[in-house]
Design a protein. Structure first.
Length: 423
C-alpha cells in the first residue's frame, strides 16, 4: 500500500500530490520484473484539519470531494491496481484520534441527530475539543441546510452524514469495478488558439481563482487549458509568481523556487522571499528570435553555472502511465541547450508553454482544473468508463474521442464530476 503524507506541508494535500513518485515506483516495479500478482494499492487521501461538516461550509466540503477524485484518478492513471479508503467512518470532527490530528472522511457518525435519538450529547467524551474550527458548525445547521450542501437529510435522520466526497468516490467506485484497467486518456485543447477556459482572442484566464497557488505545490506540465492554474506573472524581481486563495478564502501568493525538492525530485512553489529560496529568472531569446516566443528561462540566483541553470521539463517515469508523457511531467533545472529547456512566454496570458512533446503543454501549479480517467471495465455495467472531473468555477464543453472517432459531445458544469458509460 502506498500513501504520500504531506507531513510539515499542507495537510489538505495528503495523498493528492507527489504523483510523479508513483510513476517512479511503477517504473521500478517493471525494471525488477515484479510478478503481476503483487498488487500496488494507493490508500487514502486525507483532508485535515477536521471535517467539512464541522466547518459548516459547502466550499470546504466540495473542494475536498474534488481533491479526493483527483487523487484516485491520478493514482490509477499512474499504475496503481486499486485505491482503498483508510477511514470508512469518523465522528463529526474527524475523530476519535489519540494524537488529536483529526481528519476527514466521506461518512461521519452523528448519532445525536438520528430520528428519535435522546440523551446523546453533540460532543462525545472521546472527541478532542481543540480542533481548529472551534464549535462544530454542522451541528448548528438544519437538515434542510445540510441537504442543500450535498449531505442527504434522509441519512442524517439515521445518524449518518454522507459528505460530497462520498458521492464523488461513488462516481468512480460504482463503475470502475475489480478487473478494470486504466487506459490512455488526457484532456486536450484542440480549438485553434483558444483554450478550454479561455476563448480565442481573450487574454484573461478562466476557471476561477487558483486554489493551488500555495507554498509546497509541485510544478508540472499539462495540455494548456487557459486557466489560472497555468497563469504566471514575471514580476519586477524577475520571479515567476502565482496568485490565488486558500480553502478559507484567504489570498495566497507563491513563487517558483530556485532548487529541486529532494522528496518530490522537482521544482516547487514557495515563498517569494529570495532569502527563503525564491528563484530569479532571466528570459533569454534563442539565436535568431525576438520577443519571448522562443526563450530559455535562466535561473540567476543559483550555485550552478548559468548554462546548467535553465528551467526545463523533466519527463515522467513509466512514460506517464495512462495519461502519457504530457500528463504531469515535472519541472527541473538543467542544460540550457536541451530542447526540454525551450519555452514560449506570454506576458498577456501568463502562460509558459513548450512543444517539447510535439503538442503544446503549459507549466501548471499542481494539476489542471479539467481532468479525466478512462478504464476498460470487463466486469462493470459497461465495456468502458470515462470519468471527467471539473474543479473549475466555469463549465467546460468537451468532445469525447477515441482516436479520430467522435463518441459524444457534452458539457460538464462548474465544480462537478461526470461518469460516462460506453458500450
Amino acid at each position: 500500500a502506498v500513501h504520500w503524507y504531506a507531513n510539515s506541508g499542507n495537510r489538505l494535500l495528503d495523498g493528492a500530490q507527489g504523483t510523479p513518485n508513483m510513476h517512479r515506483l511503477m517504473s521500478i516495479i517493471k525494471d525488477f520484473h515484479v510478478e503481476k500478482q503483487h498488487l500496488v494499492w494507493a490508500t487514502e487521501a486525507c483532508h485535515c484539519p477536521s471535517t467539512g461538516y464541522a466547518g459548516g461550509s459547502l466550499s470546504i466540503s466540495w473542494s475536498r470531494a474534488e481533491r479526493y477524485a483527483h487523487d484516485i484518478l491520478a493514482d490509477m492513471a499512474a499504475g496503481a491496481n486499486a485505491w482503498i479508503e483508510w477511514n470508512l467512518m469518523l465522528d463529526s470532527i474527524g475523530g476519535p484520534n489519540h494524537l488529536g490530528n483529526v481528519c476527514d472522511a466521506g461518512l461521519l457518525a452523528v448519532p445525536q441527530r438520528a430520528e428519535g435519538a435522546t440523551g446523546i450529547p453533540a460532543t462525545l467524551p472521546f472527541e478532542h475539543l481543540n480542533h481548529p474550527y472551534g464549535p462544530t458548525i454542522g451541528n448548528e445547521r438544519t437538515k434542510a441546510e445540510l441537504n442543500a450542501m450535498g449531505m442527504p437529510a434522509s441519512l442524517i435522520e439515521k445518524g449518518i452524514v454522507a459528505q460530497p466526497m462520498h458521492f464523488y468516490v461513488g462516481h468512480i467506485s460504482k463503475h470502475v469495478r475489480p478487473g478494470s484497467r486504466a487506459v490512455m486518456a488526457l484532456t486536450n485543447s484542440n480549438i485553434g488558439q483558444g483554450r478550454i477556459f479561455r476563448p480565442e482572442g481573450q487574454a484573461v484566464p478562466g476557471g476561477g481563482f487558483n486554489s493551488l497557488a500555495m507554498n509546497g505545490i509541485e510544478l508540472t506540465t499539462w495540455p494548456c487549458e487557459g486557466s489560472t492554474r497555468q497563469q504566471f506573472k514575471w514580476n519586477v524581481d524577475k520571479q515567476f509568481q502565482v496568485f490565488g486563495y486558500n480553502w478559507l478564502g484567504v489570498p495566497t501568493s507563491s513563487c517558483v523556487l530556485n532548487a529541486i525538492d529532494p522528496s518530490f525530485e522537482g521544482v516547487l512553489l514557495g515563498s517569494c522571499n529570495t532569502t527563503l529560496g525564491a528563484g530569479s529568472f532571466d528570459l533569454v531569446p534563442v539565436p535568431n528570435s525576438t520577443g519571448f516566443d522562443n526563450v530559455t528561462v535562466v535561473l540567476t540566483n543559483s550555485n550552478s553555472a548559468p548554462e546548467q541553470s535553465c528551467l526545463m521539463i523533466k519527463e515522467l517515469k513509466n512514460n506517464g502511465g495512462a495519461l502519457g508523457p504530457r500528463g504531469g511531467a515535472q519541472i527541473d533545472f538543467g542544460d540550457c541547450i536541451s530542447p526540454k529547456a525551450l519555452w514560449s512566454f506570454s506576458e498577456s496570458t501568463g502562460e509558459l508553454s513548450s512543444v517539447f512533446f510535439g503538442e503544446e503543454v503549459c507549466m501548471t501549479t499542481g494539476w489542471p482544473f479539467l481532468q479525466m480517467g478512462a478504464f476498460d471495465t470487463p466486469n462493470g455495467s459497461s465495456e468502458k468508463v470515462v470519468v471527467i472531473l471539473n474543479e473549475a468555477k466555469d463549465a467546460a464543453n468537451y468532445v469525447l474521442q477515441d482516436g479520430i472517432k467522435t463518441l459524444m459531445a457534452g458539457s460538464i458544469p462548474p465544480n462537478s464530476i461526470q461518469t460516462v458509460l460506453i458500450n
